[in-house]
Design a protein around this ligand. Structure first.
Ligand code: PLP
Length: 362
């Protein structure tokens, strides 16, 4: 496959902007005349301090993060946040969850595994096989610590059209697969967290945005899991994932050049609309997801015939469409169209789907 164009539809780690990789390549051996790679810089050096500070201020600017929110660069993936959120926010309290798919379920089990925290699932679309976002209650127990939602369900391909609001009870969001790809307002959330490996940068970095009044008053038993301690140390309590933070900074600069989140979201909508229209038009491919709940970033589709799905996935791979196979728990196909995924890749996929349909009696 020498010189063949590859389109990477991976759900994560995902495609990164080419210009970002080119800058990283050009600076790989000698960062700003230091004679060192970013990987070799001390995390206490002035060069790295500038990187982490720029990364934070760019993210604040892109997401319009108010001053009363801390931005934390952590490790452990979004999965560690499944435990950190309840540990920091819900000691001795009740935590409410909306169950919209595999990742929500993992967040719920992680909270349930903790002592001293009561977990209640207030809505679920499990009975509908997670093909939609469930109807949510209008009000919740005002003594609850938070309501946890997964804004975009990476595996099932659903997303919230509207973020719920519950008075004094903050909404905590796992935004791993649509951070920097929506017009949400940070003020509508108490905590936002995301693993970096989709819209931010390399795996290994996790971003958490925490409203200051929600920072834990009492120390969490393990210092690394303590939001307040991480915030007090400006994410430098221990050695942070320095190279991932550097790439994230470059990605944030790239997003800014694309017209910021508004500019990038317009492109994301265009890409998603093209693919959804093609699926609607097709007699072979179908979307398993209810229209009002469809994700812009992860778009599953099926033929309804497992053998045909498999044939499609095999043929797609030969043509250079990488990572199109649906998650092992749902099967079929899934196109993840994160911010760095090019429009040409969507057009090429649609042309290939049309050809496959013609050849397979669609
Ligand atoms: N939450 C969502 C919505 C995800 O898509 C993922 C990973 O794909 C995770 C959580 C888990 O993230 P991590 O692998 O960073 O722990």
């Amino acid at each position: 496959r020498i010189c063949m164009t590859i389109y990477n539809f991976s759900a994560g780690p995902a495609v990164l902007p080419k210009p970002v990789l080119e800058i990283a390549q050009s600076e790989m051996l000698d960062y700003k005349g230091s004679g060192m790679s970013v990987m070799e810089l001390s995390h206490r050096s002035s060069l790295f301090e500038a990187i982490i500070q720029d990364a934070e201020s760019l993210l604040r600017e892109l997401m319009a993060i108010p001053d009363n929110y801390k931005v934390l660069f952590l490790q452990g993936g979004a999965s560690l946040q499944f435990s950190m959120v309840p540990l920091n926010l819900a000691q001795g309290k009740k935590a409410l969850y909306v169950n919209t798919g595999s990742w929500s379920k993992k967040a719920i089990s992680a909270a349930k595994a903790l002592e001293n925290i009561e977990v209640e699932v207030i809505a679920s679309s499990e009975e509908q096989n997670f093909t939609s976002i469930p109807e949510l209650p209008e009000t919740v127990d005002q003594k609850a610590a938070y309501v946890h939602i997964t804004t975009n369900n990476t595996i099932e391909g659903t997303a919230y059209a509207k973020i719920p609001s519950y008075g004094d009870v903050p909404v905590v969001a796992d935004m791993s697969s649509n951070i920097l790809a929506n017009d949400y307002k940070v003020e509508d959330f108490g905590v936002i967290y995301a693993g970096a490996q989709k819209n931010i940068g390399p795996a290994g970095l996790t971003v958490a945005i925490v409203r200051e009044d929600l920072l834990n008053q009492e120390a969490v038993f393990a210092p690394m899991l303590d939001y307040a301690l991480q915030a007090k140390n400006n994410s430098l309590y221990n050695t942070p994932p320095t190279y991932a933070i550097y790439i994230a900074k470059l990605v944030f600069e790239w997003v800014k050049e694309q017209g910021g989140v508004a500019g990038i979201t317009a492109k994301d909508r265009e890409k998603a609309q093209l693919l959804y229209d093609a699926i609607e038009k097709s007699n072979l491919f179908k979307s398993p997801v209810e229209k009002a709940s469809r994700s812009l970033t992860n778009i599953p589709f099926v033929t309804g015939d497992e053998a045909l799905d498999k044939a499609f996935n095999q043929a797609a791979l030969v043509e250079g469409f990488e990572n199109l196979t649906g998650h092992r728990s749902v099967g079929g196909m899934r196109a993840s169209l994160y911010n760095a995924f090019p429009l040409e890749g969507v057009e090429a996929l649609i042309a290939f789907m049309e050809k496959f349909e013609q050849e397979n009696g669609g």
